[in-house]
Design a protein around this ligand. Structure first.
Ligand SMILES: [Zn+2]
Length: 268
């Protein structure tokens, strides 16, 4: 076996916001509803989670919600997230527990991608947490309002034990980390080869919508205004998809998500 066996897209929350947050300098005044996704990748060598969604406590608890989703910053408010959308519940529906996850690969450290780390750990997840050095450095700088500082820490306030990586690498045969900076300093996408169908290229927030790919429009949130870098990352993803015959999966596109099957790969 030299590839992943199955891939599940998991809907962890939905978020209504101004479309210009997904498409740079486009769509202001238009509200879209975006899925907030995590992806479970099963391989012969273990299970990988790409992203972990939001911290449910900051959405469910009114005081925490008021503190973290300040309307001055989050004019559109907090995401909508039911308890049944928390990752431990998703995993339970698949007959798994957080302890069955071997690697959490955080594509970037924004609140809707890394917020679930603490809950997973509280629920017994002892997985390695892979993140890029550049990403961690930028997140810890406090310059990015979409990073919640406490989400980089454990319950006791100590830094989470990240496995810090630099650049692209193979996680396991058939699963490749692909550097796509621009939206954030160390943003990573993931290329996944499966036993049936085309490989899948999880864009992460390098491409929120199909439109970002089709029109080569940068995502709206850009680390230090790096539009050219974000567009270069979109072109890189498209070139890699063309070269390997992979499908590109945008990350916050509700229409695209609704067309996805519940699981890709080998029948169980
Ligand atoms: Zn983001």
């Amino acid at each position: 076996m030299t590839r992943a066996t199955r891939l599940w897209p998991l809907l962890t929350a939905t978020h209504r916001y101004d479309k210009s947050i997904s498409t740079y300098r486009r769509g202001a005044g238009q509200t879209i509803e975006a899925p907030i996704l995590a992806y479970l990748v099963e391989t012969p060598n273990g299970r990988i989670l790409y992203d972990v969604g939001c911290d449910h406590a900051k959405i469910a608890d009114p005081a925490l919600r008021a503190r973290h989703y300040d309307p001055a910053v989050f004019a559109f408010g907090a995401p909508e997230m039911g308890e049944e959308q928390c990752l431990p519940r998703h995993l339970a529906r698949l007959g798994l527990t957080p302890a069955d996850v071997d690697v959490v690969f955080v594509g970037h450290l924004h609140f809707d991608h890394a917020g679930g780390l603490r809950e997973l750990r509280r629920c017994g997840c002892g997985a390695e947490i892979h993140v890029q050095q550049e990403e961690l450095k930028a997140a810890r700088s406090g310059e990015d309002v979409a990073v919640f500082a406490d989400e980089l820490l454990d319950q006791a306030g100590r830094p989470l034990p990240f496995t810090v990586r630099e650049g692209e690498y193979e996680l396991t045969p058939g699963v490749q980390a692909v550097a796509t900076p621009g939206h954030t300093a160390g943003h990573m996408s993931m290329w996944i080869e499966l036993p049936t169908g085309a490989p899948v290229l999880l864009c992460g927030d390098a491409a929120d919508l199909q439109e970002n790919l089709d029109d080569e429009v940068a995502p709206g949130g850009l680390w230090q205004g790096r539009e050219a870098q974000a567009i270069a990352s979109i072109r890189k993803l498209k070139a890699l998809a063309a070269e390997t015959g992979a499908e590109l999966w945008p990350n916050h596109d509700m229409d695209f998500f609704r067309r996805l099957p519940a699981v890709r790969g080998e029948p169980s």
